[in-house]
Design a protein around this ligand. Structure first.
Ligand code: SF4
Ligand code: ZN
Length: 308
């Protein structure tokens, strides 16, 4: 059900077996086994070329149970077997009823299969309940703030050198389009395959920066990586930016990959790493880095505090 239907038999370019998918962006048809190797080689090349993870680092991979972060953990685990870095996983239980329970089950199954230690952090332990937030948009914004905060804090307090997320080329492009068109350029340095940490901010790495959602899905299916094929009930029904990007990709296969590769070149020329010149201070309540008096997470906690 996950592969593109094709009426005629197409052979794998590498081994001659029946191909399961035609990758138009690479002008390649591959069978399951060759696709797994191909995908892993692509990610490995990018990780090495852009020095996404450095030798000896302890990496905390954030998994949600979805296909992208599951693919990220699985491919990073394969890479860690030959490269010199240590890997653990983290799951944030957002307390979204059944959806969070199913996601946690998948994360546990995944980590067991890959033999990776799983750390679980619960949003409810911080007094935040997404169901108490009124609109879907506000829920997602609060969820994003909470995830960024908890990932960073957990990683730092537990001695990890970097946090790995499952951001894809689709996410990078959607983010780029949205911000660029609204005249917001300050995020640029933050959206490279690796963003160096500073002060209390831990380094963020995006091993799937050049991989698309479709490629990640195929990897999970071909390799048998567990993932939850279900959207969060609060997810917006339509992502217009992604629709635009898919539309261009359909008309111009390879557009996404080409765009992110050139985006990295451009950002590397233009920007530097670190705090990006923004002035920052420490949150009056929790001591984490913020640009205001009280950080966004503590403000969220205050808004969520039960009325006495
Ligand atoms: Fe969080 Fe769900 Fe929104 Fe994603 S869709 S940001 S998981 S609330
Ligand atoms: Zn705070």
């Amino acid at each position: 059900m996950y592969f593109t239907k094709c009426d005629r038999m197409i052979r794998c370019r590498f081994c001659g077996k029946r191909a399961v998918e035609v990758l138009k962006q690479y002008r390649l048809s591959l069978c399951k086994d060759c696709y797994v190797k191909f995908y892993e080689r692509q990610v490995e090349r990018a990780v090495k070329k852009y020095k996404v993870v450095k030798s000896g680092e302890r990496v905390l991979a954030c998994v949600s149970g979805g296909k992208d972060s599951s693919a990220m953990l699985a491919v990073m685990k394969s890479l860690s077997e030959t490269a010199d870095f240590k890997l653990e996983a983290m799951f944030i239980d957002l307390g979204i009823g059944d959806y969070s329970e199913k996601s946690l089950n998948v994360a546990e199954k995944l980590c067991k299969k890959l033999d990776v230690k799983l750390n679980v952090v619960r949003l409810s332990d911080y007094g935040i309940r997404l169901e108490n937030i009124s609109t879907k948009r506000k829920k997602c914004s609060a969820c994003g703030t909470a995830k960024r905060y908890l990932m960073n804090r957990f990683a730092r307090e537990n001695g990890f050198d970097c946090v790995a997320t499952g951001h894809t080329s689709d996410d990078i492009l959607a983010f780029f389009f949205k911000n660029w068109l609204s005249g917001n350029f300050s995020w640029s340095a933050k959206f490279l395959p690796r963003t160096e940490g500073f002060d209390k901010m831990v380094t963020k790495v995006r091993p799937l920066y050049f991989s698309s959602e479709r490629e990640n899905l195929l990897y999970c299916v071909c390799r048998g990586v567990p993932f939850l094929n279900e959207n969060c009930p609060y997810a917006p029904s339509k992502d217009v930016w992604k629709d635009i990007i898919y539309d261009i990709e359909r008309k111009k296969p390879g557009f996404k990959r080409c765009f992110v590769m050139n985006l990295v070149k451009y950002l590397k020329l233009k920007t530097h790493t670190g705090s990006n010149g923004e002035s920052y201070r420490y949150c009056r309540l929790c001591g984490e880095i913020t640009t205001s008096d009280i950080c966004a997470f503590c403000r969220l906690k205050q808004r969520n505090a039960p009325v006495k």
